[in-house]
Design a binder for this molecule. Structure first.
Ligand code: PGA
Ligand code: ZN
Length: 413
């Protein structure tokens, strides 16, 4: 039974305020914080009400406490429903999706703690004890970087043959190190600047960035004896110019219409053997997504982030149109763990790969590591370096250790 609930204002990794929630039950405690995006999808729930985090602390905390105190933390679906009722809007704009998701996650953690279970166990999934592969962020552009950076938002890598999470996260950090050297060879004025998610921000063209990404994967992969594959988040909504109906690549001084964009992305996938490409088109362009998935979906994950915003109804439309074969799962895009889980379930039922993801503005909250394990998501996107990114990666290392200890694993069977 929930005895107390507190909301506080804390820093996120961009220096902006966000909420952290503490939930106290008679025999448990849970704490969770909400992240925030910079290249957000337009159909995400609203992060904070008018008045921001301060309004949450001065007014909304009391509203939520009044309803939730006395409820059973185990009844997460009921609690998520009550949060929606308190809010009363269809986009969580009254209490804020970030408030709602932080409460939802803190309640789940308190319930897990009261059973003495780690969150991933309490949430029940993953009987095979699988750990997700980390999609590591190596270079940043677009909305996560300054001008003169590539337009493609994220140059990612995934060590697809790593034998465990420790090997995987260290492979990613080796690629990150190598890329710094490769950037310096292209641009001697590079001073090691990083973007919001900890990837380097080079002042080079999109193609040059693709070239050194591929080179770093190959060189480090050979050195370590691990196959490391390049991946991208194009975040194309940020490049889409609605008036001109074109994708504007400012760094390269090139604009591409939808047809050109399809050809361009197809060529990138083929040339570099891309493992995963996220948001290759504007969030409204289900058609472009579907064409690329039809052409390349057999060899590459075509993943929707801004297009689906972790929303079950929008994903259903995407499934009908065969728009993608993977979906980004960001709990704060939809505002509760229950809704997040329903979207994951729909995705899995339809062979759409769920990819649990951080946001560009993060805290050291490690909850998504547990969610990725609980959902048996094959991939997790949570950067490669930076305190708020390694918080999740190091938690995965701990979880793997727990799962590989036979005594521990049997205990929970
Ligand atoms: P965001 O970006 O957190 O700034 O929305 C991350 C992403 O696009 O994947
Ligand atoms: Zn994205």
């Amino acid at each position: 039974v929930i005895e107390d609930l507190r909301v506080r204002k804390i820093l996120d990794s961009r220096g902006n305020p966000t909420v952290e929630v503490d939930v106290v039950t008679w025999n448990g405690f849970g704490r969770a914080a909400a992240p925030s995006g910079a290249s957000t999808g337009s159909r995400e729930v609203v992060s904070f009400p008018e008045g921001g985090v301060d309004k949450v602390i001065t007014e909304i905390e009391d509203l939520i406490s009044a309803e939730l105190i006395g409820m059973d933390a185990e009844d997460l679906a009921d609690i998520d429903l009550v949060l929606k009722e308190i809010d009363g809007t269809d986009n969580l704009s009254a209490i804020g999706g970030n408030t709602s998701v932080a409460v939802s996650m803190a309640v789940a953690k308190a319930a897990a703690a009261s059973y003495n279970l780690p969150l991933y166990r309490f949430l029940g999934g993953n009987l095979k004890n699988e750990i997700p592969y980390p999609l590591g962020n190596m270079m940043n552009g677009g909305a996560h970087a300054g001008i003169n950076a590539p337009d493609i938002q994220e140059f990612l890598v995934v060590p697809v043959t790593a034998s465990n999470i420790t090997e995987a996260v260290f492979a990613n950090s080796s690629v990150h190190k190598r890329l710094k050297e490769l950037i310096q060879l292209k641009d001697s004025s590079f001073t090691g600047g990083k973007g919001d998610e900890g990837g380097w921000v080079p002042n080079i063209s999109n193609i040059d960035a693709l070239e050194i990404q591929a080179q770093a994967c190959e060189e480090v992969g050979d050195e370590l004896g691990v196959e490391i594959k390049p991946s991208l988040d194009i975040a194309a909504s940020e490049m889409w110019n609605q008036n001109e109906q074109k994708y504007v690549y400012a760094q390269d001084n090139i604009s591409r219409d939808t047809g050109d964009q399809i050809e361009f992305v197809k060529e990138i996938i083929e040339t570099y053997g891309m493992f995963y490409v996220e948001d290759p088109f504007d969030e409204a362009d289900f058609e472009g997504f579907a064409q690329l998935t039809a052409a390349c979906g057999n060899k590459c994950l075509i993943c929707g982030d801004d297009i689906f915003v972790t929303n079950k109804e929008i994903l259903a439309k995407g499934i009908e149109k065969k728009a993608a074969n993977a979906i980004i799962i960001k709990p704060n895009q939809i505002g509760s763990l229950t809704d997040t889980y329903e979207t994951v379930r729909l995705a899995k039922e339809n062979n759409v790969t769920p990819v649990v993801s951080h946001r560009s503005g993060e805290t050291t909250d490690e909850t998504i590591a547990h969610l990725a394990v609980a959902f048996s998501a094959p991939l997790i996107k949570t950067g490669a370096l930076g305190g708020e990114r390694i918080a999740k990666l190091n938690e995965l290392i701990r979880i793997e250790e727990e799962l590989s200890n036979p005594q521990m694993a049997n205990l929970f069977k």
